[in-house]
Design a binder for this molecule. Structure first.
Ligand SMILES: [Zn+2]
Length: 322
């Protein structure tokens, strides 16, 4: 009887979950850009903040009525807690970008878990619900994915990188995608990577919006709304329905996350950047072709903005050798 009752509750629980909500373990900007949508959605994402320039950005976004997604560093959230609350209060989405911006593939399992769980706790304490994690440099491994799942989050990369840490592009509508494509006029969409730790990026927001609209962006949305806008997201995204049980997130020590993850020997392996096998096919990498890999992703362990290349293409997923 007890079992039946439990089952009935579960059925009711599942039936009231929104079926349109999707959640993927890894949301690859390359994959989502190919998914059919009714309109060209564009998601502006700002990484590494909050910073002293974030208030100006928020003012401008409010003026335009545009929501954005902020992938925050835990240490900067601690420094600017009121800004995190403001980001949330103004309807933007907040994601986890680790505590101090390490290359997650270059640190051990305990530090990986600590970087992500500590930031998750900080952000939740400030009113955010971070269901997306963006690994610094787009660099992650299977263990990172498992930690994300424990925290109830998906990894999210990007489709187009403004490379604003280096210089601002002449035209944001002609940015190359992470696989080297330039979009035909009127077809632009995807997840765009910016950094609100650079004054020049923030000050350039009017041009960003103008260029992207001219290129085809019909509506600016958060990451969540972007994914909601996909008509048939499977199979490329490994979608899970939101009705699946949500992991319990606690504010306890990182060891809890670590202890609860059972990994094979392969998944525990740490690959030096650039040496991992390639489970996901990726095509051309324009900035590698241009010979700009002096910003080697295996070097920066702290956030050095001159070294701040965030390229998912140059740092492929590390998967256990089968
Ligand atoms: Zn970053």
């Amino acid at each position: 009887m007890k079992g039946m009752l439990c089952c009935a509750f579960l059925m009711v629980y599942l039936s009231i979950q929104p079926l349109v909500t999707v959640q993927a373990s890894v949301v690859d900007g390359n994959v989502i850009i190919d998914q059919p949508m009714h309109e060209n959605l564009c998601a502006l994402t700002f990484d590494d903040g909050p910073s002293a320039y974030t208030p100006q950005l928020l003012d401008m976004l409010a003026e335009y009525g545009i929501p954005a997604t902020f992938f925050l560093l835990g240490k900067n959230a601690e420094r600017y807690p009121a800004l995190v609350r403001r980001i949330v209060a103004e309807g933007h989405e907040v994601g986890n970008h680790t505590y101090s911006h390490p290359n997650l593939r270059s640190i051990g399992p305990a530090r990986k878990a600590e970087q992500l769980q500590r930031t998750d706790t900080i952000l939740r304490g400030l009113g955010a619900k971070p269901i997306y994690i963006r690994p610094p440099y787009g660099s992650y491994d299977e263990y990172t994915v498992k930690i994300a799942e424990k925290l109830g989050a998906s990894l999210v990369l990007w489709s187009l990188d403004s490379r604003d840490w280096k210089r601002l592009p002449d035209n944001y509508a002609t940015l190359r995608s992470t696989r080297g494509t330039v979009y035909a006029p009127g077809t632009l969409r995807g997840v765009f990577l910016f950094h609100d730790i650079h004054a020049r990026t923030v000050e350039d927001l009017p041009r960003i919006i103008r260029d992207l609209r001219a290129g085809g962006c019909q509506r600016f949305v958060t990451i969540s709304d972007y994914l909601e806008g996909l008509i048939d997201p499977e199979p490329g995204l490994h979608m899970k329905r939101a009705g699946a049980p949500q992991p319990v997130v606690t504010s306890s020590t990182p060891a809890n996350v670590l202890d609860s993850i059972n990994l094979t020997e392969g998944a525990m392996r740490v690959y030096p950047a650039g040496t991992a096998p390639l489970p996901m096919g990726r095509a051309s990498v324009p900035w590698q072709v241009e010979g700009t890999l002096e910003h080697s992703v295996d070097k920066p362990q702290t956030i050095d903005h001159d070294l701040h290349e965030e390229s998912p293409s140059s740092v492929p997923v590390a998967a256990p050798a089968s």
